[in-house]
Design a protein around this ligand. Structure first.
Ligand code: B16
Ligand code: MG
Length: 218
C-alpha cells in the first residue's frame, strides 16, 4: 500500500455497527404499522437498514391498503419517531456492539481519525445515551444531509469534516445501501453484520470484534 491510499480516517455507521438500535426501529415501526393495520414484519424491516425515515415509511406503505396524504405520512413518521425516542431512552453503554470500543481505542493509539456517518437524525441522542458523545473527531448524520444512503453524501461530509480525502478513509457499514454509498464516494469499506455477506465490500467480518483491523490498516 502506498502512502497515497493509507487509511488515515475511519467513518463508522452508527446503527448496526457501534450500537444495535435496529430492534428499537423495528418495534417502533411495528407499533405504528399495527395501529394503521399495515402488515409489517422483520423481513420488511431488513430493507430499512441505513435508509432514511421517510424512505423507510415508503417501503412500509407498499403493503398499505389505502392511500395516505403527505400530511398523514408526516404524522406517521413523527409518531414512529416518538415511539423510537421512547425506546432508545433506555440504551446504555452496555448496548455498544462487540469490538467497537477496542477498535476505537486501537485507532486512537495509531493516530487514525474517527467519525460517524449515519442516516439517523437521532444520532446525537444515541451517542449521548451510550456515553460516546465525545468519542469521535467528527459526526455527520441525517440532520446534515439531503440525500441518504446509497448516496455517498453523508460519508463525503464526514471525510470533509475530518479534513481527509475519500481515498484515505475506510467506512464501516452493516447495510448494503451503506456499502454502495461508500464505494460511490471513492472509499474502501468494511462490511459487518448483514453487510458481511456483501460481495462488493472491500473487507468483511461478522462484527468489529472479529475484524482484523491491524491488517486492514496495513
Ligand atoms: P432516524 P444508520 C439508520 O441508521 C437506520 O439503520 C435506519 O433503519 C433508519 O431508518 C435511519 O437511520 C434513520 O433513522 O429515523 O433515527 O432518523 O444505520 O445509518 O446509523
Ligand atoms: Mg446501519
Amino acid at each position: 500500500m502506498t502512502m497515497n491510499n493509507q487509511i488515515l480516517g475511519v467513518i463508522f455507521d452508527l446503527d448496526g455497527v457501534i450500537v444495535s438500535t435496529d430492534n428499537c426501529h423495528y418495534l417502533a415501526w411495528k407499533r405504528m404499522a399495527d395501529e394503521e393495520g399495515i402488515e409489517f414484519d422483520r423481513t420488511v424491516n431488513e430493507r430499512l437498514r441505513g435508509v432514511s425515515r421517510m424512505e423507510s415509511l415508503a417501503i412500509i406503505l407498499e403493503r398499505a391498503t389505502k392511500a395516505y396524504t403527505e400530511d398523514e405520512k408526516q404524522e406517521m413518521a413523527a409518531r414512529k419517531n416518538a415511539y423510537y425516542v421512547e425506546l432508545i431512552g433506555s440504551l446504555t453503554a452496555d448496548d455498544i456492539l462487540p469490538g467497537a470500543m477496542n477498535v476505537l481505542t486501537l485507532l486512537k493509539e495509531k493516530g487514525v481519525k474517527v467519525a460517524i456517518g449515519s442516516s439517523s437524525r437521532n444520532t446525537p441522542i444515541i451517542l449521548k445515551q451510550i456515553g460516546l458523545s465525545d468519542a469521535f473527531d467528527a459526526v455527520a448524520d441525517g440532520n446534515a444531509i439531503k440525500n441518504s444512503k446509497p448516496d455517498p453524501e453523508v460519508f463525503l461530509l464526514a471525510a470533509k469534516l475530518l479534513n481527509l480525502s475519500p481515498a484515505n478513509c475506510l467506512v464501516v457499514e452493516d447495510a448494503d445501501a451503506g456499502i454502495e454509498a461508500a464505494l460511490a464516494g471513492g472509499m474502501r469499506c468494511l462490511g459487518v453484520g448483514s453487510a458481511s455477506q456483501n460481495p462488493s465490500a472491500t473487507f468483511t467480518a461478522a462484527d468489529l470484534a472479529k475484524a482484523d483491523m491491524q491488517s486492514i490498516l496495513g
